[in-house]
Write a protein that binds this ligand. Structure first.
Ligand code: BGC
Length: 753
């Protein structure tokens, strides 16, 4: 080794020694770590900064063609280490392989250090950007399914299909909890509950990574968006959130803790600000909490353009260069720049000027290279031929179908209008009736998910699936593909044709949208859709609503007139088929709302509300209990059979520190159909130093029960399950009395240290 190189090597080891001292990595003393160090010892500042630079494919991919000169500029001249995204349209597996081969050819053959490119993609409900992939219900639906196994199976399929596409890094899962229904990314969340989000998010991460990152069945996951992104005060995407520490730790942090515990490799940072500080510039969130408290050792990537936005949007940096300094010093390891080389140029200057330390640079680059080694990219950077057979397997459709079936939630079934007879004449209309995008939502072959032509051939709309199910002669419909076409909300059509129908089925809700373009100013369902429902109700025929939507749009003005409501969420590729299975009784619905469905736009009170929120003083000095008055509560979901609960038993009435309590309950299917049910265990802390919630979900289990039979369901609760964040921001369990509830059963017990 030349002297100069040796000096660099020692400097790197010394610098990194500091990191290891406080943040031991999983494989501190392993061969791989020394490989990373050895490589780093050979790297110039420019090469290191290049590794921290992530550029979008669109920079060198135009009209479906790779601009090799621009790619060379990125990888060779600017030392770029990571690329992301598609250029607007999905590619086939073969096209992905060709593209990634071209990219890795340049990186591993034409650069001095031959460092492979780390390619990242948003495969957030299936492999969004590969033609022919399988798309699963968005997280909001997966949360309704209350089935960790389904989350895990879906994530495994996604890992296989992403990897088969030649990509090894998936920007998923979203772990922000959905407590602000106006937010346009609500569908990406697992709903409003922290336990549900932690459990399901953890399952997804485990499934993505557990086979080992070198395996062709795994991908690196990315917990996102750290932290507080999902709860903008105004409801508008990427606008300020105000989250007191006590709430942050009670609701927003646990899913990320669970993600770290489940081994996630990377984190993406929240584009917004929390309590007045953009998270991309916050040492408190990025160092003290993420690294210090959560002990996270992986790579932290910025979100899209969010470093430069510290200057142009957030205005905490007076220049773009200051923005780079703030973000990198706060703890960002990789910048999703992604449209130019400004980050690269500024960071080189900042390091040379001593404004960003060599140590900080090395810390970031170490994490990036470590992930590249862990993913096996240094052994083989190219798309793996052996992974191709794992793409598009026939059985994936079944996983997607099961997920859709278990997620769809029966919200209302007056007079048992559902299931419908297959001989019924159905008038089907509404904007969602013949539109594929509305069933899929965001990140579905295109970013917005609204390009009908981009969907896989053979994907059914509700109209197609209904005709398949009951025959064209039984379906009276005018529904056209264009969501916004006035034909779909024609009240005249409904009036003129209602007499031919036994029932009117209206597919309403929201067209596909993603991120900020999905912003709304009113949670109320669009007026033209409400008018359509009113017209249908006025015909006197029974009306059933199919809600294909990413968030709960308020329908209280028309709900009393309709007989049945199915919430589909974004059920994706098998969604239309699943809907018809349920509508016509071939499948017994078992989804449960993962959020509180509001009745009024100004009345967003969540299920785990504080007791004071139950009260309402409509008249002076008359406190009633009308404070919590949703359209449908969290956990609501009907079935075609009836389940009853009995014999709740706790194995002890007092639980001690380190102790556990076992609860058993009998669940009976007293109706005449077999069915699945998500059994949920809630706990209420009766008195505590911080106002306790009305109730909190602590466990759930999906079980299947044959008609006329009963089963016993067991849960085990630990002291930690009774904990909360106290006024000093510490997690504690206080002594006292608790109520445990399953269905309509409840028992009290005590915790005594
Ligand atoms: C989104 C991220 C996504 C990234 C890359 C951003 O706009 O906020 O969730 O991973 O784009 O596509």
């Amino acid at each position: 080794m030349k002297l100069i190189q040796y000096k660099k090597y020692i400097a790197a080891i010394l610098a990194l020694g500091i990191i290891y001292a406080c943040e031991p990595t999983k494989e501190t003393s392993s061969q791989k770590d020394s490989q990373v160090l050895e490589l780093m010892s050979k790297m110039s500042v420019e090469q290191k900064v290049g590794q921290m630079t992530q550029i979008t494919l669109g920079k060198f991919h135009e009209d479906g063609e790779l601009k090799v000169d621009l790619l060379r500029e990125a990888i060779i001249d600017k030392n770029v280490g990571s690329i992301l995204n598609t250029n607007g349209s999905p590619l086939t597996v073969t096209q992905w392989h060709e593209l990634l081969t071209a990219i890795q050819d340049i990186a591993t053959k034409e650069t001095e250090l031959k460092i492979p490119i780390l390619y990242g993609i948003d495969a957030i409900h299936g492999t969004s950007y590969t033609k022919g992939s399988t798309l699963f219900p968005h997280n909001i639906g997966m949360a309704a399914a209350r089935n960790t196994e389904l989350v895990s199976q879906s994530a495994k399929v996604t890992a296989n299909e992403v990897r088969a596409s030649g990509i090894r890094w998936n920007f998923d899962p979203t772990l922000g909890i959905g407590r602000q229904p106006l937010w346009s990314r609500f569908e990406e969340t697992f709903g409003e509950d922290v336990y549900l989000t932690s459990t399901l998010g953890g399952s997804a991460i485990k499934a993505y990574e557990e086979d080992g990152l070198t395996n062709i069945t795994a991908v690196a996951s990315c917990m996102k968006h750290f932290i507080g992104y999902s709860t903008p005060q105004s409801g508008k995407d990427r606008t300020p959130a105000y989250i007191p520490d006590i709430q942050l730790r009670e609701y927003y942090l646990p899913p990320f803790e669970a993600a770290v515990a489940n081994g996630t490799s990377t984190v993406m940072i929240n584009s917004g600000e929390v309590n007045g500080v953009p998270v991309h510039a916050s040492k408190y969130y990025l160092q003290d909490i993420l690294r210090g408290e959560l002990g996270f050792e992986g790579l932290a990537v910025s979100d899209w353009e969010d470093i430069i936005r510290l200057h142009i949007r957030h205005q905490v940096a007076s220049t773009p260069k200051e923005a780079v300094k703030l973000a990198v010093n706060a703890g960002i390891d990789m910048s999703m720049v992604p449209l130019d080389y400004s980050f690269y140029n500024y960071l080189i200057e900042l390091v040379n000027e001593g404004k960003v330390s060599q140590e900080r640079l090395d810390e970031a680059v170490y994490r990036i290279l470590k992930l590249k080694f862990d993913l096996g990219l240094f052994d083989n950077a190219y798309p793996e031929e052996a992974a191709i057979p794992n793409f598009g397997k026939a059985e994936y459709a079944e996983v997607a179908l099961n997920a859709a079936l278990e997620s769809i939630t029966l919200l209302k079934n007056e007079d048992n209008i559902l299931p419908l007879s297959k001989n019924a004449k159905v008038l089907l209309t509404g904007p969602g009736a013949n539109n594929i995008g509305a069933l899929h939502g965001s990140w579905s072959y295109t970013w917005q998910g609204d390009a009908e032509a981009a969907y896989n051939e053979g994907t059914l709309t509700l109209k197609d699936a209904m005709i398949e199910k009951i025959g064209a002669s039984n379906v009276i419909t005018n529904a056209v593909s264009d969501y916004n076409d006035a034909t779909n909300t024609s009240t005249a059509f409904v009036k003129n044709n209602a007499s031919k129908a036994d029932v009117i089925v209206l597919a309403i809700g929201e067209k596909a949208y993603a991120e900020s373009p999905g912003g709304i100013d009113d949670l109320t369902m669009d007026e033209n859709q409400l008018l359509l429902v009113e017209a249908a109700v006025a015909t006197g025929k029974p009306v059933v609503l199919l809600l294909a939507q990413g968030r709960p749009r308020v329908i209280s003005s028309i709900e009393p007139g309709v007989k049945g409501v199915l919430n589909l969420y974004r059920p994706a590729s098998q969604g239309a088929i699943a809907t018809m299975e349920i509508l016509f009784g071939d499948y017994n619905p078992n989804g449960r709302l993962p959020f509180t469905y509001p009745k009024n736009t100004g009345d967003i009170v969540l299920y785990d509300r504080k007791h004071s929120e139950n009260y309402k003083e409509s008249e002076p000095d008359t406190y009633g209990l009308g404070g919590f008055s949703p359209q449908w509560a969290f956990g609501h979901g009907l079935s075609y059979t009836t389940f009853s609960y009995s014999d709740l038993k706790l194995d002890q009435t007092t639980i001690n520190a380190n102790g556990t309590i076992n609860a058993t309950v009998t669940v009976s299917n007293s109706g005449d159909r077999d069915g699945k049910v998500a059994v949920e265990l809630y706990v209420t802390d009766l008195y505590a130093s911080v106002t306790p919630g009305e109730k909190r979900l602590k466990k759930f289990k999906k079980v299947e029960i044959k008609s006329g039979t009963s089963i016993q369901v067991d849960f085990q609760l630990a002291v930690a399950d009774l904990s909360f964040i106290n006024q000093n921001s510490e997690r504690v369990t206080e002594e006292g009395e608790f109520t445990l509830m399953i269905g309509d059963q409840q028992e009290n017990f005590f915790y005594k240290k």
